[in-house]
Design a protein around this ligand. Structure first.
Ligand code: AMP
Ligand code: ZN
Length: 117
């Protein structure tokens, strides 16, 4: 598992790697995905290094709720709140998780199927 020293999302959160920030809050940040899969593709990320959904303790319940609130606000900011969007947290190998720092994908701006493949 990546630790916070070589974790790209920790680096982005600490300002050591540049990105197009959409939101910079006390506990949560959001930025555009570098390899967008839809016209809108943002990532909502806690500043704290939490590896995956499996590592969310009850103390982080509010944090996960906050991530969803920020996603909802960005959907509105991007103008896709009415047309619709998807929110996705990939977890582990079979879930297709590639970055071991929990993140919520916000995708929209086109009609999206349910991606189960
Ligand atoms: P996942 O497969 O759920 O772990 O998603 C990782 C996502 O992070 C992918 O959609 C990547 O395109 C995205 N990503 C990787 N590196 C960066 C980066 N430096 N800035 C923005 N997005 C990134
Ligand atoms: Zn991290």
């Amino acid at each position: 598992m990546e630790n916070s020293t070589d974790c790209i999302f920790c680096k982005i959160a600490e300002g050591e790697m540049s990105t197009n920030f959409l939101y910079e809050g006390e506990n949560v940040i959001a930025f555009d995905d570098i390899n967008p899969q839809a016209p809108v593709h943002a990532l909502i990320v806690p500043r704290a290094h939490i590896a995956s959904m499996n590592d969310v303790g009850s103390a982080a319940d509010n944090l996960v709720g906050r991530m969803f609130h920020v996603a909802r606000d960005i959907a509105k900011q991007k103008g896709i709140d009415k047309t619709g969007y998807q929110l996705l947290i990939r977890t582990g190998r079979d879930g297709g998780q590639e970055v071991d720092h929990i993140h919520l994908h916000l995708t929209g701006g086109k009609e999206l199927g349910l991606n189960v493949g």
